[in-house]
Design a protein around this ligand. Sequence first.
Ligand SMILES: Cc1cc2nc3c(=O)[nH]c(=O)nc-3n(C[C@H](O)[C@H](O)[C@H](O)COP(=O)(O)OP(=O)(O)OC[C@H]3O[C@@H](n4cnc5c(N)ncnc54)[C@H](O)[C@@H]3O)c2cc1C
Length: 497
Amino acid sequence: MNQTTKSCAIIGAGISGIAAAIRMRNKGYAVTVFEANAFPGGKLSTESNKGYRFDMGPSVFTMPEYVDELFVLSGKNPREHFNYIPLDPVYRYFFEDGTTVDAFHGKEKYAEKISEKLKDSKEDILKYLDKTEEMYELTAEVFLHNSLHKFKNFMTKRVMKGLLNFGKIGAFDTMNGANKKAFKDPKLVQILNRYSTYNGSSPYLAPATLNVISHLEIEKGAFYPIGGMYSITESLVKLAKDIGVTFSFSNPVREILTEGLPNGQSGKKIKGVRTDEGNLNFDVVISNMDVYNSYLKLLPSAKKPEKTLSQPKSSSGIIFYWGIKHNFSQLGLHNIFFSENYEEEFDTIFSKKTIYVDPTIYVNITSKYTATDAPADCENWFTFINVPNNSGQDWDELVNEARETMIKKLNRLLKIDIRPMIECEMILDPRVVEARTSSAFGAIYGNASNNKFAAFMRHPNFSKEIKGLYFCGGSVHPGPSIPLCLLSAKITTGLVS
Ligand SMILES: Cc1cc2nc3c(=O)[nH]c(=O)nc-3n(C[C@H](O)[C@H](O)[C@H](O)COP(=O)(O)OP(=O)(O)OC[C@H]3O[C@@H](n4cnc5c(N)ncnc54)[C@H](O)[C@@H]3O)c2cc1C
């Protein structure tokens, strides 16, 4: 490990903050992570209730190589510290007319099995999946692996190739528009439209470029971390501590401190952070706090990038974490119960800003893979619907309404009354997201991607005004999700000299 005498403060122990801490330590910095909560992980955390364990946020794990990379960088064999298995099938989809469809791993198997159940041919499905792969290859360098805000990054061969093929990446159609052109069966269109929810957007507004998300899951694969999603946080925090990162929990940063540049130069540079324990000096500060709140709460007198910060925010969620006293053999790890009118569902979320009467429900059950996550013959249900972010709605009323609608829908599709099986309940709604992770308006995924310029409107990984101040995590470039947050940490720390 390189050794410098420089120090770095990371604000927030979300997955991106932890990854940034590991990378900065590997650059030789003395690193302290300040976390407002008493626990690490932010959205990627865990809670238990009456013998049931729940992952509180992310449940679908893709691109595990970005976790492995952090162990390798630190001179360790990832397999001795963190393990995962590939999922096949990945998803089970349920429709109101009784159709169930399993989504398998790998283009060939996915196309073959879906074509047996739905109206589209294996050839057409393969053609579509090849196209999303091509789009991924063209866009990854531009949108995922580099800062979008450094001119020199546009001068590489791979990035130039992506830019020169802009017409091929679907920037001028919506996800739904492209999927409807590709397929006859509305069920397949709905299955593929759902990937817009991975960054909290509407498939009727988001550019078709985002259809690349399906490529990551279908072809590159989805995985289950042994022990559940929280093992990602747990193993990375242990790695960070092992290489000398200091964590300070229950210690929110109250202000980012700045000072003038030396020798009469105009502009500002980082001085340190202020916590309840006082002012602490640091050479570099990386904020993993949502960028909107970083400016609002920690940099009250700094010049703000108003246009970036005022972009519409993503959707949020209502989750019931239910302990279920029953074993459902027809369910897998990831289950989706679709609504009948997807367009109306998204319009209700993004235009009417309320919850839909017949929401698409996602049920995640980790006890299918980790038996100790629930008592014998029971299951731990993470039961999720997409909802608008918090603009002051009556969430107590909406949560009660959602519980009733969701139970009714699940009873209808599973043909059994689940109400008497619910033996314990915890709830997440946008207010909880906001309180627990300081995410602006309780939006789960930062800015929405509901227009073709959204990727360019995410905040850069560095401050243009304050030297030594950087940002990482789901609210800045390249965006939300575990893999993108890990890439965000990589891009951000790559910018620090
Ligand atoms: C319900 C749900 C489902 C999801 N599903 C998936 C999924 O299936 N797959 C996937 O890949 N992604 C999923 N995501 C998205 C993914 O969880 C996030 O994109 C990612 O975890 C965000 O990480 P982050 O590093 O940006 O920080 P966050 O997780 O937002 O954490 C930020 C941390 O900073 C701390 N903090 C904030 N302000 C301060 C301060 N002033 N001082 C100190 N600490 C502070 C907070 O307490 C928090 O711990 C889901 C998210 C949610 C909520």
